[in-house]
Design a protein around this ligand. Sequence first.
Ligand code: KG4
Ligand code: ZN
Length: 323
Amino acid sequence: MWILGIDTSCDDTGVGLVKDGEVAVNLVASQVALHQAFGGVVPELASREHLKVIRPLAETALAEAGIGPKDLSLVAATRGPGLIGALLVGYTFAKGLAWALRKPFYAIHHLEAHIAAAWPPGLNPPFLALVASGGHTHLFAVEALGRYRLLGATRDDAAGEAFDKVARLLGLGFPGGPEIERLAQEAREKVPFPVPLKDQKGYEFSFSGLKTKAVQLVEAGHPAPALARGFQEAAVEHLAQVVIRAAQDTGHRVLLVAGGVAANRALQARFQEAGLTVYFPPRGLSQDNGAMVALAAWRRYQGGFPPSPLSLGATAYWPLEEA
Ligand code: KG4
Ligand code: ZN
């Protein structure tokens, strides 16, 4: 059974194909170069680029799998949250395709897709899921597919956003996460950063203090590698401390770490030693992509969830608890 999944929630056009629950093709057309000159994602430019790329990318994905549109059993797309203009391109394309093929359509929540990317086939809930990306830092208790309880989120910047901002401060490229990780590996020493919200009772995250600290340390003339390493260690330690405490308090022993930041190897190493059973997305599935959307649709289909009506619109704002 073939499922086509599409994600155009932000600045990457993602088209993926999943066959019987396994990723067969996963193509991502990056817009990094397009937005570079502006120092951030320009929503209108993102929408236009999605529009240019979506159809050829979908055709290439089908060709790589050696199938045609009629071989698809299901079509799925990210409905939200994200940039509304960007979302609309992939979402409307997918709905149109499903309608033309007379095949069921699944509207997928972007964070459920990130979680689906890290969710190994045989694992049953309950478990904890940390989604750390450029737009989100959310910790959920996953009671079942479609039953999510938010335990905590960031008060300010998302984890990936902090990596991006500190990278920019250090004169590194975008996205900043991989750049910081590479520079931190080269560092022989580190400038220590304080771990945020150490004494809180809840499960909130905060990254703006680390960013401010980085500004001060750059002005004080500290070398970039030592700064990158100090920042990365504090950011990772903060994520780990909150999640480990939540696991202790709630009795969960299993954790999924998803989203772009989950690709960070220092983070993976820190969570591996946390005394929990931890799962990360396979390579290429942690950042935004279409295959994770198809994986979420596969889980919804397997779970007996009804397809979505084609009258359902995309939405920029959509809490996961309501998905
Ligand atoms: O999930 P994603 O592709 O897009 C959003 O939904 O936001 O996440 C992108 C974010 C960026 O902020 C990027 O810097 C970060 O994930 N990221 C990383 C790494 N790779 C990507 N952060 C830390 N370490 C990495 N290796
Ligand atoms: Zn994402």
